[in-house]
Design a protein around this ligand. Structure first.
Ligand SMILES: NC(=O)c1ccc[n+]([C@@H]2O[C@H](COP(=O)([O-])OP(=O)(O)OC[C@H]3O[C@@H](n4cnc5c(N)ncnc54)[C@H](O)[C@@H]3O)[C@@H](O)[C@H]2O)c1
Ligand SMILES: [Zn+2]
Ligand SMILES: [Zn+2]
Length: 379
């Protein structure tokens, strides 16, 4: 089969690799109809993770079940499914309490709970930027979708970023009527803004510097805040009569940078602590890493010096981590079916798998208008 393979920093290629196949009785194999490129893939693409060369990338997958193992009971060949990016066993302590993103069994990497497709440190699993994908524990992991092709570009957001944006808002402790600030207007930040409105936010600010992303935020009723035009905290304080916001979502991660492009991993955390009111909450879904091979000392990434003193003094709370997709994806699917949610508003490009290397380059450079790329391996 054809697959997008990681070849080293800023180098990916579409190559012929062995077909994904059933390896365990509880596996299914899915033929991909859509597989998205994610901002998380860019951390790997830029050489900022320890992902190994030869890995097939792609954790935002959906498609049609091609084959099932003898231990798969409910999922059938021909089913249309969304594949959560988390690979979970369904029966460990974390899975049974709703934390499928921290499954204690599926990741053999020492010290790591939680597994994913095609991702650094998340286990030996290949991704779905390919024609076929092996899905472990298929009955537990796969989400059924209505047959056909309707809502394809909305449903494809169910594997990761729609639940992740939703989770960021939940982690922030948002209540209906709250004002929310989302840092990062990439796909995840835009999904957080969409989710905040669906959960009853009275006002949503989206901070970024990319004009096209700020325009998209405004298209759903959020207020775009351009951090290259001045301190985003001051801009939001000014617009809120000095009150700031009740809740904040971090959707940038450790590669947060200033208006000149220089990276400061603490920048958005500091901004959030300063813009969220006393006793307010912050949900961090942007990724932070304990090791960054892009630094002269990779372990330096583990120590981010941020305004913890102010955070404590303001009595704020914070939740972090990879999103447990299964906790939300069924409900979000139904919001799509009934027309209440339309996460496809962020889609900018749909391209065949062969064009993935070019799409990676454009998305990585945040070329104007490249917001969210959907690969269509079946086309
Ligand atoms: N927790 C999870 O489960 C999970 C899931 C998916 C993605 N992620 C992470 O979420 C983050 C965002 O993903 P994405 O796909 O939207 O990526 P992206 O790279 O497309 O978007 C990040 C955006 O942040 C903006 N930005 C950079 N510095 C900023 C600053 N100082 N203030 C405000 N905005 C700033 C960039 O201009 C960019 O538009 C990444 O770190 C990704 O790895 C986490
Ligand atoms: Zn993703
Ligand atoms: Zn588990």
């Amino acid at each position: 089969m054809k697959a997008l393979v990681y070849k080293g920093a800023r180098s990916v290629a579409v190559e012929e690799v062995p077909d994904a196949r059933v390896q365990e009785p509880t596996d299914a194999v899915v033929r991909l109809t859509t597989s998205n490129i994610c901002g998380s893939d860019l951390h790997m693409y830029e050489g900022r993770t320890s992902v190994e060369e030869g890995k097939v990338l792609g954790h935002e997958n959906m498609g049609i079940v091609e084959e099932v193992g003898p231990g798969v009971t409910f999922v059938k060949v021909g089913d249309r499914v969304s594949v959560p990016f988390n690979i979970a066993c369904g029966s460990c302590r974390n899975c049974t309490t709703g934390w499928s993103s921290f499954c204690t069994r599926t990741n053999p990497t020492e010290g790591m709970d939680g597994a994913a497709y095609g991702y650094a440190n998340m286990g030996p699993y290949d991704g779905g930027q390919a024609e076929l994908l092996r899905v472990p524990h298929a009955d537990f992991n796969l989400l059924q979708l209505p047959k056909g092709t309707e809502h394809e570009n909305d449903f494809t957001m169910l594997s990761d970023i729609f639940p992740t944006g939703w989770h960021g808002v939940v982690l922030s402790g948002m209540q209906p009527g709250d004002r929310v600030a989302v840092f990062g207007g990439g796909p995840v930040g835009l999904m957080a803004a969409h989710s905040a409105f669906l959960q009853g936010a009275s006002e949503v600010y989206v901070v970024d510097k990319a004009p096209d992303r700020l325009r998209l935020a405004e298209s759903i009723g959020a207020v775009g805040v351009d951090f290259s035009a001045g301190d985003p905290v001051e801009q939001i304080l000014e617009r809120t009569g000095g009150h700031g916001v009740d809740r904040g979502v971090e959707a940038v991660g450790f590669q947060a940078h200033d208006a000149y492009g220089e990276e400061h991993p603490e920048l958005t955390l500091d901004n959030l602590v300063n813009v969220v009111r006393t006793t307010g909450g912050i949900g961090v879904v942007g990724v932070y890493v304990p090791q960054d091979p892009g630094l002269d000392e990779p372990a330096k990434a583990d120590r981010v010096g941020w305004q913890y003193g102010t955070f404590f003094t303001k009595g704020q709370s914070m939740g972090t981590g990879q999103a447990p997709v299964k906790r939300y994806n069924r409900q979000l699917r139904d919001l799509i079916i009934t027309g209440r949610a339309t996460p496809s508003f962020i889609v900018s490009h749909e391209v065949p798998l062969e064009q993935a290397p070019d799409a990676y380059e454009k998305f990585d450079e945040r070329v104007e208008g490249w917001t969210k790329v959907l690969l269509k391996p079946a086309s």
